[in-house]
Each structure stands twice: as structure tokens, then as C-alpha cells.
Design a protein around this ligand. Sequence first.
Ligand code: AMP
Length: 301
Amino acid sequence: MSLLVVGSIAYDTIETPTARRENVLGGSAPFFSYAAGFFCPAQMVGVVGADWLPQYTEMFQKHGVDTAGIEIVPDGKTFRWSGKYHKNMNDRDTLETHLNVLGTFQPKLPEDYRRAQFVFLANCAPSTCLAALEQVQGADLVVADTMDLWISTTRSDLDTLLKRIDGLIINDSEAKMLTGEINTVTAARKVLTMGPKFVIVKKGEHGAMFVSEYELYVVPAFPVEDVVDPTGAGDSFAGGLMGYIASKQGNLDDETIKTALVYGTIVASFGIEGFSFDRYKEISRADIDARREAFRKITAF
Ligand code: AMP
């Protein structure tokens, strides 16, 4: 069983109402693969520059993430992103984006990655996702994430991508932007007419919703009192969700989907308790399962 992720690898500068961290590890692929690593081995594809710290490669390898797909551009700089959170810790403004090596990234998948059973195209330019997808043969399940930037700047590539994937994971506001709808369920149903067989709408502190032709499931967010840094929550949610599905051999029965939504939620709830990967480095699968049980108790009725 193999779970492949293609996405951005970043150094983030994060400002919250009470703290600031400069050049910490971020990016969609790292958050996804570390979260997935709690459930199954993952293969990470992305690009970094000469400023990449080998200790990060080591951190992923120790956690069961195959890093052979990380390309290092010797005379380049790693992608940098900075964001500032509002007082509610849910909304944020992007302050700066420096694409650096990500701007010219042409993914080249190692030979053994091309037979991946499960593929996640994490947030990066739709053309990059498509270039990676063309190298994969016979995947059982292909899921993608996207963001407002690609909806407004590369819509035609995004439309092509939507026709080639099985599932889309997207924020509430982005689902509405993509479809022009104002209701989340209506927006999700409209996404289904654009290609994907299912869509998972992330609603931040209000949880997530899975919608397919005949199914609709919702899961609340785990109530975290001390939110330190929500960056990467969406990618970690996707990592926990896909990692669990991959560990179940891609079985998409209703029980697996609902449990996957819960695992995605629980993994993300740990991540936001610290900056970057700080909290993840402190926890194990046992902590995730303990919180899952607490979540079951507070949501069962
Ligand atoms: P999330 O909080 O789940 O939306 O993910 C935040 C991560 O996405 C940060 O670590 C950023 O480095 C990364 N990111 C931000 N903007 C972009 C972009 N335009 N392309 C790819 N990754 C991005």
C-alpha cells in the first residue's frame, strides 16, 4: 500500500495576536505527509532550495515518510509564505508569498512512486498537480486540495484537474467561490458536477462535511481551547483522513469515510496546539486514539 503526496514545501513566517515565528517548516506536503505518517507510510514529492535543513529530512524519515521525492535545487531558495492571523484565530491574511524554487517546479516522480495506489495532490498550482498525475499509473484513489489563488488565477487548469480526480478537499469559502453558490451543501453538490465523485468541505472551527451523490456526513471540529497556530490544519486534516483510508486499503464504505473524517479532525486538532510541527513531534498514534475516544464521547447521542 502506498500513499503519494505532491505539494508545496515551505518556510513559513507566522504572526498570531500573541506570538510570531520566522522561517518555520510549513507547506502543504509536509503537513499532509506527517499527519498521514501516523497511519501509513507516505511518499512526499516537492521541491526545496539550498537552504533546506537536513534535520527535516531526518524528521520525516523517522516518522515513516519516504523523502526520495524531495528535489533539492542547489542554487535555489525554498518557497516562503507569511501569514497573519486575526484575533479569532480562524481568518488570516497572506502577507507575502515568494515562490522561489516552487515557481519553476516540474515534479519528477521516482520510479516506485509512479505505481502509488493513493494519491493526494496537495495545495500547489493545478498545472503542477496535473504534471505529477500524468506520471502516475493506475491509482485507486486520487484526491486534491485547492485554494482561492488557483480558483481566481488558473481556473482553466483547475477545471481540467477537477475532471481527473476522484475527490476534492476544499474550504467552505473556496467551495462557494468555485461554484458561485452561497450555501455549503449546494456548493458541494455543484462541485460534483465538475468532475469529482466526492467533495469534503472544511469549515475550520465548525468541522467538515463529506458529500457524494448519495451520501452526506458531517463531523464537528474537536474543541481546542488553546489554539496556537492553525497553519497547516487543512493539510493535516487531509493527511489524517487519507492516511486512514489508505490503511484500510481504500475501502470507501460509510464507516471508513466517517472514521477517516474523525481521524483527520483529531490529527489537525493536535497540530494547531503548537507552531509548525512542534506539537506533532510530541505525540504518537496512542494520543490520537485517546483523543478520538474523547471525541466519540462528546459527540455521541
Ligand atoms: P493551510 O493552513 O492548511 O491552508 O496550509 C498552510 C500552508 O500552505 C502553509 O504552510 C503555506 O506554506 C502553504 N501555502 C500557502 N500559500 C501557498 C501557495 N500559494 N501554494 C502552495 N502552498 C501554499
